[in-house]
Ligand binder design. Structure first.
Ligand code: SF4
Ligand code: SF4
Length: 373
């Protein structure tokens, strides 16, 4: 039976939580090469809640040294980090470069082509260090995501892909369900040996780079990443049949997706008042379509003229080439695949999910629904 631990933590005492995790899930660390994979979405300060907090990375490195790891590496492939120096710049901005110290590695520096079971991407290039590690420890952030509902263990493995493949994956998938299935097929290439979720400062609302944070004060951990994701969904209040990464991963035999078959240590009560992306709210009409087997499009991004500085980053990085910019970016609804890379990469917080009303508040008027293939 899969087990998941939910334990209290703050960023000042997170070493105690990490000790409890390794006591609950002992790994044969001595003499092994271990890769830590935090979520380094983009350049962002730790307080923004967008990326895994450096305190967790620091605590896990310290624990692995005590346990006798022969080598510890810390790496990710951030969005927009494919250009020279982009990987290190993202790590520096998030505080993870300093936290990782000599253990930082640029995962994008060397990659290898591997097969997948996905019909859209039957082969992918993934970072060589992912395959070479004796042990892989995933350190995702506890976050919502407008495309997949939430981002945790399975979604964190998307960072195995260096360069422009992430954008290519979004375009090839085209719909939330197909993208969720592609994520699972990437996760399956190297299933992590342990998942430790940074749920101290969680993100709610329209993630993956939303300004709405929730101080949760938890670390969630387990050796079955699918079970961890199932528990995180439950805590957030996402209905099981809307969490396609969990249901598909369970169908593929990659982990446990049935709450009743997961042994949980800790407080399993759903988080009071936790805000979900609009398509994943129990009250949202688009969510109803998803519940009966449709593949609804999430809302389009919109752009706040008061915050946009016209840097063109989103226009240049949009994998679907759906953006043009004449002062403020404008989205072509026919081309946009709702990947929210533009929201991830905008450093001024100018990108929202859904359109803005005349008061500058997001609305849901762009929500589209279409049937799954
Ligand atoms: S929305 Fe953000 S990323 Fe796009 S041009 Fe404006 S400031 Fe730059
Ligand atoms: S406009 Fe934004 S959400 Fe749409 S495809 Fe481009 S980057 Fe993705």
């Amino acid at each position: 039976m899969s087990r998941v631990l939910i334990t209290d933590a703050t960023y000042t005492n997170i070493r105690d939580a990490v000790d409890r995790v390794f006591a609950s899930f002992p790994l044969p660390v001595a003499g092994k090469q271990v890769l830590l994979k935090p979520n380094v979405l983009r350049r962002s300060e730790p307080e923004a809640g967008v990326t895994t907090h450096p305190a967790l990375v620091r605590a896990v490195i310290a624990k692995l040294k005590v346990l006798g790891a022969s080598r510890v590496l810390v790496g990710d492939n951030p969005g927009g980090g494919g250009h020279a120096g982009g990987n290190e710049a993202a790590f520096r901005a998030t505080g993870l470069y300093e936290a990782s110290g000599e253990h930082y590695t640029n995962l994008g520096a060397s990659s290898v082509r591997v097969p997948t079971k996905n019909r859209l991407m039957p082969t992918i290039m993934i970072s060589r260090a992912v395959l070479e590690a004796d042990l892989l420890i995933s350190l995702p952030k506890f976050k919502t995501h407008g495309l997949t509902g939430f981002s945790c263990a399975v979604k964190n493995s998307f960072g195995f892909l260096p360069g422009g493949q992430k954008g290519q994956a979004h375009v090839l998938a085209g719909t939330p369900y197909r993208f969720a299935e592609l994520l699972v097929d990437i996760y399956a290439v190297r299933v992590p040996d342990l998942v430790i979720v940074d749920g101290v400062l969680a993100m709610q609302g329209n993630g993956p780079a939303a300004p709405d944070l929730y101080y949760l004060g938890k670390v969630v951990a387990g050796q079955d990443g699918v079970a961890v994701d199932r528990i995180v969904c439950h805590l957030m209040g996402i209905l099981p049949d809307l969490a396609r990464t969990v249901t598909y991963a369970a169908e593929r035999g990659l982990g446990e997706g049935d709450l009743a078959r997961i042994q949980v240590e800790g407080d399993l009560r759903p988080i009071a008042g936790f805000a979900l992306p609009e398509r994943f709210s129990a009250q949202d009409p688009a969510g109803l379509h998803a519940r009966v087997g449709w593949d609804p499009r999430p809302p389009l991004p919109s752009f706040d003229a008061g915050k946009c500085n016209g840097c063109m980053t989103c226009v240049m990085e949009c994998p679907a080439q759906a953006l043009t910019c004449n002062g403020v970016p404008q989205v072509n609804a026919e081309l946009c695949v709702s990947c929210f890379c533009c929201q991830e990469l905008c450093l001024t917080g100018a990108v929202q999910l859904g359109s803005l009303d005349r008061h500058g508040r997001p609305t849901t008027t762009h929500t589209r629904v279409r049937q799954a293939p």
